[in-house]
Design a protein around this ligand. Structure first.
Ligand SMILES: [Fe+2]
Length: 288
């Protein structure tokens, strides 16, 4: 399949530095986005790639149904309750697993965080039938990123790059992810799905992007359950603590939930390209 986005990405990446600061947030309806990306009309191709490479983020409304996200939240909560917290590297044969990453454990990762993450790979039994509906959306983004729509789908760790779905719960008050950039080598755009809504499921905090002058651009008020967001992976971003006057409880299912889709270099690859923290002085986005 011809990919008209790829040469535009290559030309820009060879001539200009990668974006670090968000420029603006553009909202688009899911059907319009899908139709335009798949049509690969020349002017759209140039406009959207140049916009993303200038640091624009896209908030796509209604990419998933609300039921898909609320069912997923409920299912993952039960799944984690019935299994121990574990950790497995991205090596050949890795099982699906979940891990409660408390503030101490979170400091051992390249990017510091506190979160409860549940990881799924396509080579396992896909207990919640996530890969079919998610790949339907991921293929559109892969095309936009200059990849084959089904690129990496059948890979396992020995192939070097694998698709991983992560369902995350940020516990009230202590949940966060420090500002960082993500690896752009295999996936140029970060790809997030929203499973909860600010003002309903949690108060304050949440996903933010960093603009010029370290300005925190928080887009959560525009987000509904089922929306997705993407921007170039090197645009600084993070997750600020929410529900600051609530007690964190790892067993509950309240608070902020989030879905992440990433094509990662596996742990079978030496010196793999990973996320990196960015040291900014923005106290309001860090846990107190
Ligand atoms: Fe990230």
């Amino acid at each position: 399949m011809q990919n008209k986005y790829k040469p535009v990405w290559n030309r820009l990446e060879q001539s200009l530095p990668r974006p670090e600061r968000v420029r603006k947030v553009i909202q688009m309806d899911f059907q319009e986005y899908k139709t335009k990306v798949e049509a690969q009309d020349d002017s759209f191709v140039n406009t959207i790639v140049e916009s993303l490479y200038s640091g624009d983020a896209y908030l796509i409304k209604g990419a998933f149904s609300k039921e898909f996200m609320t069912d997923l939240r409920k299912n993952i909560h039960e799944y984690c309750r019935d299994r121990p917290s574990e950790f497995h590297k991205m090596l050949e044969g890795s099982p699906d697993f979940h891990r409660m990453i408390d503030p101490e454990a979170g400091k051992k990762y390249a990017v510091a965080s506190c979160k409860h993450s549940c990881y799924f790979y396509a080579w396992n039994d896909d207990p919640f039938d996530l890969f079919t509906p998610i790949n339907e959306r991921w293929r559109i983004l892969k095309l936009l990123m200059g990849l084959q729509p089904d690129e990496y789908e059948k890979n396992t760790p020995k192939d070097g790059v694998v698709d991983r779905i992560q369902v995350v719960r940020y516990p009230p008050r202590i949940g966060y992810l420090e500002p960082h950039t993500d690896p752009y080598l295999h996936q140029r755009l970060i790809f997030s799905g929203y499973m909860s809504k600010r003002g309903v499921d949690y108060q304050g905090g949440g996903f933010y992007l960093v603009g010029e002058g370290d300005k925190v651009i928080n887009i959560e008020d525009d987000i509904d359950v089922g929306d997705i967001c993407f921007c170039y992976a090197t645009v600084y971003h993070g997750v600020a603590p929410a529900d600051n006057n609530k007690e964190p409880d790892w067993e509950k299912d309240d608070g902020r939930w989030f879905l992440s889709m990433y094509s990662n270099a596996s742990d079978e690859v030496p010196d793999r390209h990973t996320a990196a923290p960015v040291k900014l002085s923005i106290p309001e986005v860090m846990p107190s």
